[in-house]
Ligand binder design. Structure first.
Ligand SMILES: [Cu+2]
Length: 124
């Protein structure tokens, strides 16, 4: 084997290893922490507004806020029911609503950055 052949062999070996790792990842069950439940409603926190600013979510289903902005935002319930802490860009915060009602919230860093979660009653 000359140098070029060795290098070629090495790169094919690497490709096989990478493909193997991918296969292993795909085969493994996804980590439930990162799983998205069907019925989840997504809200983006941008600089500086929530979109959509009012959402409806089913009873017992999660809402996930993702910071799609370039600066830190927070998701804080007006009545103190929930709070995300600092969300750095691309970070997300998810909670599930176990009571029906209207839940206004805001970003504690940017005044005027507000939103509302409306939890709809379960079907009869
Ligand atoms: Cu903010």
């Amino acid at each position: 084997m000359n140098r070029t052949t060795t290098r070629r062999w090495l790169s094919s070996f690497c490709v096989v290893v990478v493909l193997g790792l991918c296969a292993a990842l795909v085969t493994c069950k996804p980590d439930p922490v990162f799983g998205i439940r069907p019925g989840t409603v997504f809200v983006a926190a941008r600089d500086s507004f929530f979109t959509p600013d009012t959402i409806h979510v089913g009873f017992h289903l999660p809402v996930r806020w993702t910071n799609e902005g370039a600066v830190i935002h927070t998701v804080v319930s007006d009545s103190g029911l929930f709070g995300s802490g600092s969300l750095t860009p691309a970070a997300w915060y998810e909670i599930r609503f176990d009571s029906v009602g209207t839940f206004p919230y805001h970003c504690s860093i940017h005044s005027g950055m507000i939103g509302t979660v409306v939890v709809d009653p379960p079907p009869p």
